[in-house]
Write a protein that binds this ligand. Structure first.
Ligand code: UGA
Length: 438
């Protein structure tokens, strides 16, 4: 079985690297030449643990690369569509990359003899496979869906920062489509890849598409819930949000994952998918009241940090603030919708002087703030003369900080939005978000 993957972002590249490393014939396709050049040299265009290693292995085995739609379509039995579906300016989903890819697939299969299966892995609103992908391919190929080609929906659940591991060990495969033959073919491909015991759920494509949004918005809801409890704890002396999360997590009806309070969720998925689902609900006449509250709770969570700062520093003008962690989560260089970036914008508005440190995301952050803030590759230097250090991302390096690390600060004042230094009993003014301080 030959596999094609169109779009080499987080999902596409991780999948290509894993398939290639397992000696499955796979062609990865992307139209971005710079990206392809890096990938050819076993270098992922983004930071992701283990991906370069898997890429190198895959390229030495069965992974081939191309920038050409006809090449990938004519040489593949199953073609995964993993192009980006970012947020448009209006806050809704931008399907232009998916539409372009569908058009190019249509043109490429016009003269094709075989019957390819096209699998939409990109996150798309319910109805996209049926209303956008199939008609576009039919229009440009003059061929019939169900006869000359098949389209299935197959949402992805991997997380940035653990993309390779998640691709190797998915908790579930969802396949949406009504025609049983291609569904069985895709299902057999996954069984061969992951073993007979892999949980596969078969449904129609609209439900499969909706599962992805339900999944991500439920995760966002869990985080906003615990963040609201965290904000409450902040005002109740002696309370500890981590102990509360641990206790409720033992209730199997609740579960212990995604209950880590913090500065709010960021990244390229949860904020975007929630926003899309809110737009989509309103569009079809349903008031997404809960989803709106989840979004609002997330947006206001960083004001908890501002509240603590103002209370402790009185005036913020010309204060030196160190931001430890710029990426939206550890083990990633992705700063899209990162709460750190939003916090820095607010700090700058308040006249603060910001110095930022991150093990992987400084270059990406320079593209946003350029010379408006200072950058440091060393934690020690970033803390020099600082009036407050704010830990925003739970990088391993920050967990190793000790009293000694803070000696050159102007004021030894730490706000820890992820509570990674709580157990250290530091000899500084330490405030953990969600710990009711007296
Ligand atoms: C998310 C989902 O978790 C994946 O299942 C999904 O496939 C992906 O979106 C996607 O749609 O592509 P991702 O955004 O990569 O994955 O990362 P998460 O681990 O979900 O983290 C998102 C944000 O939530 C981060 O800012 C993280 O710090 C925050 N978070 C997460 C918390 O604040 N607390 C938690 O307990 C968990």
């Amino acid at each position: 079985m030959n596999i094609g993957i169109i779009g080499l972002g987080f999902v596409g590249l991780s999948f290509a690297a894993v398939l290639g490393s397992k000696k499955i014939p796979v062609i990865g396709m992307d139209t971005n030449q710079d990206k392809l050049k890096k990938i050819y040299n076993s270098k992922s265009p983004f930071y992701e643990p283990d991906i370069d290693k898997f890429l190198k292995n895959a390229l030495s085995k069965t992974l081939r690369l191309t920038d050409n739609f006809t090449n990938v379509v004519s040489n593949s039995d199953i073609i995964f569509l993993t192009v980006g579906t970012p947020k448009s300016k209006s806050g809704y989903i931008d399907l232009s990359m998916l539409k372009n890819a569908s058009k190019s697939i249509g043109i490429a299969i016009k003269k094709l003899k075989k019957t390819p299966i096209i699998v939409v892995k990109s996150t798309v609103v319910p109805g996209t496979a049926v209303d956008v992908v199939i008609p576009t391919i039919e229009k440009f190929s003059s061929k019939k869906h169900g006869k000359n080609f098949h389209v299935l929906s197959n949402p992805e659940f991997l997380k940035e920062g653990s993309a390779i591991n998640d691709t190797l060990n998915p908790h579930l495969i969802v396949i949406g489509g009504l025609n049983s033959k291609p569904v069985t073919k895709l299902s057999n491909f996954y069984k061969k890849l992951y073993g007979e015991k892999i949980k596969i759920m078969k449904t129609n494509s609209q439900t499969a598409e909706m599962i992805k949004y339900a999944n991500n918005s439920f995760l966002a809801t869990k985080i906003s819930f615990i963040n609201q409890i965290s904000a409450l704890c902040q005002s109740i002396p002696g309370t500890n949000v981590d102990e509360i999360a641990e206790a409720i997590g033992y209730d199997p009806r609740i579960g212990n994952l995604f209950l880590k309070a913090g500065p709010g969720y960021g990244g390229s998925c949860l904020p975007k998918d929630l926003s899309t689902l809110i737009h989509y609900s309103s569009k079809i006449g349903n008031d997404p009241s809960l989803l709106k509250a989840v979004q609002k709770t997330n947006n206001i969570q960083i004001h908890q940090i501002m509240k603590i700062l103002k209370k402790n520093l009185v005036t913020l003008k010309n204060k030196n603030i160190t931001i430890l962690g710029l990426s939206f989560k550890e083990n990633s260089d992705d700063i899209r919708e990162s709460r750190s970036i939003e916090l820095i914008k607010i700090l700058l508005k308040n006249g603060c002087k910001v110095t930022a440190h991150d093990p992987k995301s400084i270059e990406n952050t320079k593209l946003i703030f350029d010379k408006k803030i200072n950058y440091s590759n060393s934690i020690t230097n970033s803390l020099k003369n600082s009036d407050c250090a704010i830990i925003m991302t739970a990088w391993e390096n920050y967990k190793k900080l000790t009293n000694h690390s803070f000696t050159n600060m102007n004021k030894k004042f730490i706000i820890d939005s992820r509570r990674i230094l709580t157990q250290k009993n530091l000899d500084v003014n330490y405030i953990g978000l969600g710990l009711g301080n007296n």
